[in-house]
Write a protein that binds this ligand. Structure first.
Ligand SMILES: [Zn+2]
Length: 253
């Protein structure tokens, strides 16, 4: 049987024992429940949160994955059916509560990561308070969406991919990741071209414009040339890069 690294699949004595035996890190992924075009499920960012947490924990070797925070700040996606959004202040409070719970169990480091772009600001806003409250713990986090964007743009250039098609939402990138992780949930026959222009207003404004005014399909990018192989390559690049940053202490205070 494959040994799980997901806390929610373990019993409490197993969690206690795993921490005792050296699982000193716990990864908290911040996901979402929002529309992802006509071809990907509402839970995409949450499924990718599980995939990223699982792969990262196995790569680090000394980490467990906390239950993924399944609701995020997705206000701009609310015009599309099925999206469930919480306020940024709610998300900040959830982040603080999750860390407060995990801090009791003996971990030495909490790693906070977003698998949904809309969560970065709430994480940034929550971080100082969390670090203040848990001075005995290392609190590591990636709080900068621009950094994610730069790395993804550089990845696209190296791989000879068009960043406007790889996209920032439900495009070739996310669709490929889902084809690698949960192909049963991807409807490639419905994958299409979405908005491929400059979408930066979405992450530059405090309240992003409603998605349907920018892309009627809900896609930023072009989902059509997605493959599981590209998804695997993206996972590998991302996991290795973040793992090295964690190991170097670059994400800590
Ligand atoms: Zn997404």
């Amino acid at each position: 049987m494959r040994e799980t690294v997901l806390i929610e699949e373990m019993t409490w004595p197993e969690v206690r024992e795993a921490i005792r035996r050296g699982k000193r890190r716990v990864i908290v992924m911040l996901g979402a429940m929002e529309q992802h075009g006509p071809h990907l499920p509402i839970g995409t960012d949450t499924y990718l949160g599980y995939a990223t947490g699982d792969r990262l924990a196995r790569r680090l070797g000394d980490a467990l994955v906390a239950p993924v925070v399944t609701l995020g700040y997705s206000a701009g996606h609310l015009p599309m059916a099925g999206t469930v959004s919480i306020e940024e202040t709610t998300l900040q409070a959830v982040i603080a509560d999750v860390c407060r719970s995990l801090a009791r169990h003996g971990f030495r480091e909490i790693v906070l990561l977003c698998s949904h772009g809309g969560n970065y600001r709430a994480l940034r806003n929550a971080l100082a308070g969390v670090r203040d409250e848990h001075r005995d713990l290392r609190i590591s986090a990636i709080t900068d969406f621009d950094e994610w964007l730069e790395h993804t743009t550089a990845f696209a250039a190296r791989e000879g991919l068009d960043m406007t098609r790889l996209g920032v939402h439900a495009g070739q990138g996310e669709t490929s990741l889902m084809l690698a992780h949960r192909p049963d949930l991807v409807q490639m026959d419905k994958a299409c071209e979405g908005f491929t222009g400059d979408a930066s207003i979405r992450w530059r404004s405090k309240v992003p414009p409603p998605m349907d005014t920018m892309s009627p399909t809900g896609i930023l990018g072009d989902a059509r040339e997605s493959t599981a192989g590209l998804g695997e390559t993206m996972f590998r690049e991302r996991i290795e890069r973040v793992a090295q940053m964690i190991e170097a202490g670059a994400l800590a205070r």
